[in-house]
Design a protein around this ligand. Structure first.
Ligand SMILES: Nc1nc2c(ncn2[C@@H]2O[C@H](COP(=O)(O)OP(=O)(O)OP(=O)(O)O)[C@@H](O)[C@H]2O)c(=O)[nH]1
Length: 362
């Protein structure tokens, strides 16, 4: 079954989400799109009514901010959409969610990733954050939601750049990169942007719950992603193995690339190791950190040099879920591994020490 791509539009109040959504809808004659809108306080539309009158294809959530509670309502809404698809024998091509300006994206993503039924049928296309360039600097100082929206974004669209000068634009970009060092940032005009510049970007990776990952699973996960047959591995899923210490000679250094941030409660930092990682040790650390810090890990990404792999290994994660993939060919056998971690009040020192003890120490 084809998974339906879900595009999540987030952004502070007035950042241009509705204007963008209208622009997308008016441009998409050949796609059957379902739109979910989450507004504060508006009167909702009865799901069943909408389903019977399917042409409208617009669902509305009105029970407050989309981030605040367990997203059981979102699960039910998605199930309603999927059931309607089956009942009416329709193919829905795409779902677009416009969130309330105060929403945090994490629970929306978690709802899709963590529900087995939903994750079989839906796939997150991209999490797109719109940033009102004119008002962003004020918003980021005063509303933690804004920081979360930046930290979580796969890509950021700057709106209202026509209202600011170059100095302000540069400051906004710098602030964005301070919060999320690996995000793409692009100025768009929401009134004229092309459909395929916004949807179908496929930026959000397929995440797998990492709690049972053991040595050898990196191969397995990549193979699965590439649609190949599951690789046969000799390794036993033996947790004692994970504690075994190998002798390698890598060491971590707190390089000048490190990012420290003062933006509300979100922090970001970089770990660089200049020798190849031992898979078993790295996996052990990753399992531990994801299990301990779970929802506080907003985003993490690593370009890793792992012993025994010809190519770089790319790690991308959200909360407890992450994906692992091949990156480019290694340039040098000893090229450094780099990990960027963004989270909520993460104890950087503790995480570094844990890394030092479990991954780097001989
Ligand atoms: N000058 C200018 N105005 C813009 C731009 N993008 C959006 N706007 C205007 O900003 C206002 C807010 O846009 P909306 O699309 O309603 O923003 P929103 O994010 O949906 O706002 P909420 O519903 O409050 O969350 C509208 O008047 C838009 O016309 C832009 O690039 N330049």
């Amino acid at each position: 079954m084809n998974q339906i791509p879900v595009t999540v539009l987030i952004g502070f109040l007035g950042s241009g989400k509705t204007t963008l959504l209208n622009r997308l809808i008016e441009q998409s004659p050949n796609e059957r799109i379902v739109v979910i809108i989450n507004e504060f306080g508006d009167t909702g539309i009865d799901h069943d009514l909408v389903l019977e009158n399917y042409d409208e294809q617009i669902y509305q959530m009105n029970n407050g901010c989309m981030c605040c509670i367990l997203r059981q309502d979102l699960v039910e809404m998605f199930m309603g959409i999927l059931n309607a698809q089956a009942k009416h024998d329709l193919q829905i091509d795409r779902i677009i969610i416009e969130t309330s300006g105060l929403a945090e994206p994490s629970p929306i993503a978690q709802t899709i990733i963590r529900s087995n039924v939903l994750s079989e049928q839906l796939i997150i296309d991209s999490i797109i954050t719109l940033v009102d360039t004119e008002n962003f600097l004020y918003q980021v100082r005063n509303f933690t939601e804004t920081v979360d929206q930046i930290a979580f974004a796969d890509t950021i669209f700057l709106t209202k750049t026509d209202l600011v000068d170059d100095t302000k634009l540069a400051l906004v970009k710098k602030t964005l990169f301070d919060i999320n060092p690996f995000v793409d940032v692009k100025a768009i005009d929401v009134k004229s942007v092309a459909f395929d510049q916004v949807v179908g970007l496929d930026l959000f990776d397929r995440f797998t719950s990492g709690s049972e990952l053991v040595e050898g699973d990196i191969d397995v996960m990549i193979a699965r992603k590439e649609g190949k047959e599951r690789l046969q591995h000799e390794h036993a899923h033996n947790h004692e193995d994970e504690h075994e210490h190998h002798h390698d000679h890598s060491h971590e250094h707190d390089g000048e690339n490190e990012h420290h941030h003062e933006h509300s409660d979100v922090n970001a930092f970089t770990i660089i190791v200049d020798r190849p990682l031992v898979e078993q040790k790295f996996v052990y650390w990753l399992n531990m950190v994801t299990n301990i810090y779970g929802m506080d890990l907003l985003r993490y990404k690593g370009i890793l040099n792992v012993e025994g792999f010809d190519r770089q290994v790319v790690l991308q994660g959200v909360n407890m879920a992450y994906s692992i993939d091949y990156g480019k060919e290694k340039v040098a056998e000893n090229e450094p591994s780099k990990l960027v971690i963004i989270g909520k009040k993460l104890p950087e020192k503790v995480i570094r020490e844990l890394f030092e003890e479990t991954v780097v120490a001989v």
